[in-house]
Write a protein that binds this ligand. Structure first.
Ligand code: ATP
Ligand code: MG
Length: 243
């Protein structure tokens, strides 16, 4: 079965150690979230897993065939319009242009973008629109594993809910796997099978919470109650509210 396995992963930027002995496994069809304070090494960990940064110490085994990512800072190509940004990865896979554009347009609409936005360049998009383009770009190749770094942080609550539900549907019905980074504990509770708490300086996983409830059945009440419990947990308090 496909999975992502991280073993004894440590990483430094120069003399500053950012990650220390990280271990976890993400299985097919599961969502693993990483929460932790700003600057704790979450994006660095995701970039290492997605092969964007080179590993220094430890091991990452990724047996998923198709994976893609949506970055925290979107990284859209400024000289390409919305549809060309989304279709780029399809064209790189040698899919013919007409089909690539059609797929890009379909997914853009699903992400709540409008036809009139298709020709716009990133500089003319709002923060939330850029995030939707970035998310569409990640989804358009039909990945089996998604690396998501705060993908919904700039979205209004209605759109955020819609896209969360879109993801849950892909996970439950198409066995999509996600490594998810978020500051938002409620979002993590809504989407995850497991939540890892990353304590900073250097980044270490100090706690794992498993959530068994079926994702499509997690209503607002469940999310509030579970998040409240987590907010009272010693490890969460120590990591987020002290030091
Ligand atoms: N390219 C880089 N060169 C040097 N230091 C870096 C680089 N990228 C990140 N860092 C440092 O590594 C540490 C972890 O950064 P990272 O972006 O992984 O944190 P994060 O947990 O994603 O934070 P946030 O929640 O604010 O996004 C920070 O101290 C940051 O300054
Ligand atoms: Mg980050």
């Amino acid at each position: 079965m496909e999975r992502l396995e991280v073993k004894n992963l440590s990483f430094s930027f120069g003399v500053t150690q950012v990650l220390d002995e990280i271990n976890f496994t993400l299985n097919k069809g599961h969502v693993l979230s990483i929460v932790g304070p700003s600057g704790g090494g979450k994006s660095t960990l995701l970039k290492l897993c997605a092969n964007i940064l080179n590993i220094e110490q430890g091991e990452i085994n990724n047996s998923f065939k198709y994976y893609s990512f949506a970055f925290q800072d979107t990284r859209l190509l400024p000289w390409k319009n919305v549809i060309d940004n989304i279709s780029l990865s399809l064209l790189a896979k040698n899919i013919n242009k007409k089909e690539a554009l059609l797929k890009a347009e379909n997914i853009a609409i699903k992400m709540g973008l409008k036809q009139e936005d298709f020709d716009k360049f990133p500089k003319d998009l709002s923060g939330g629109m850029k995030q939707r383009v970035s998310f569409a770009r990640a989804l358009v190749i039909n990945p089996k594993l998604l690396f998501l770094d705060e993908p919904f942080s700039a979205l209004d609550i209605g759109l955020k809910k819609e896209l969360q539900e879109y993801l849950i549907n892909l996970v439950e019905n198409e066995n999509l796997s996600i490594l998810f980074i978020t500051h938002d504990l409620m979002e993590a509770v809504k989407l995850s099978d497991e939540i890892l708490v990353l304590e900073p300086n250097p980044g270490r996983i100090i706690k794992s919470f498993k959530i068994d409830e079926q994702k499509s059945l997690r209503d607002t009440n469940f999310v509030y109650k579970t998040s409240a419990k987590l907010l009272n947990n010693k490890y969460i308090i120590d990591t987020f509210f002290k030091g």
